[in-house]
Write a new protein. Sequence first.
Length: 179
Amino acid sequence: MPGIEDSKILIIATDGFEQAELFGPRERLLDLGADVRLASPETKPIQGMQHQEKGETITPDMTLDEVDPDEFDALVIPGGVANPDTLRQEKKAIDIVKSFADAGKPIAAICHGPWLLVEADLVEGKTVTSWPSVRTDLANAGAQVVDQPVVRDGFLITSRKPDDVDAFTSALIELVEER
């Protein structure tokens, strides 16, 4: 069975991503040998946040327009308030999410990241979790919302906050390795 080291993982993010929710999974996946790529609307450096304070920046590997979802095994959507709020208004970002869903590939969204799952119409009938302020949107979109560190429902993995990054990343690795 192929392991995580044989996988290619896409992260989509833009300014305002929660630093721990992008760098945490990215570093662990890279350490395990996965090929991890970051896509954003543009290739200029994007600003991370540590809660309300500015954190580190990172330069995307490609634009959203350059992404071919067929080349990737899984998708990671970090949170932060501004990041998913901006991305859910980007048609290409939603098209990417839908492409992963249509292929049944793992999609892992943490914190405010599940907003993109709502926008892509993927949560109806699914059990998910998120940052508390996103839960009403998830419920209104037909999801069963729970308060747990990580929830896996089919190809979807969701988590609540930076403290859940380890469980979130472990669930993603497990699902990718099962595929």
